[in-house]
Design a protein around this ligand. Sequence first.
Ligand SMILES: [Ca+2]
Ligand SMILES: [Ca+2]
Ligand SMILES: [Ca+2]
Length: 127
Amino acid sequence: MKKLIAFALFLGLIAGGLAIADPGPNGSNNHGLCTAYFNGSATGQAHKRNAPPFVGLAREVGNSDGMDNDGDGQTDEGDEMAGPEGIWDWCNDPANNPKGVGGNPDDPNKDGDTNGNSGGHGGGPKK
Ligand SMILES: [Ca+2]
Ligand SMILES: [Ca+2]
Ligand SMILES: [Ca+2]
């Protein structure tokens, strides 16, 4: 219960900062979003990922990752959402999140393929 309350407060902090239209990463909250996304129980993570700030994060990543996330033949066309692996990569890119993912995050790339959408990009970090 304490965790739930803490999480609700945390979400409130995020939402309070950008109550208007487009929740999601805005530069100043990238670290908090990334940290919250990858911490907590599996159930908790699944729940919070439906919350607007995290949906916004998935959209932001999905529409800027150069991949056809929804498999419709167009890339980054505006309605794509990235899965945890893509978001993990984004959150670990210093250009997006210099502080990295805080807490004790679960690396989706090390825990098997949990969402089945990683076909085609399993080659590890590119650079
Ligand atoms: Ca994309
Ligand atoms: Ca697409
Ligand atoms: Ca599409």
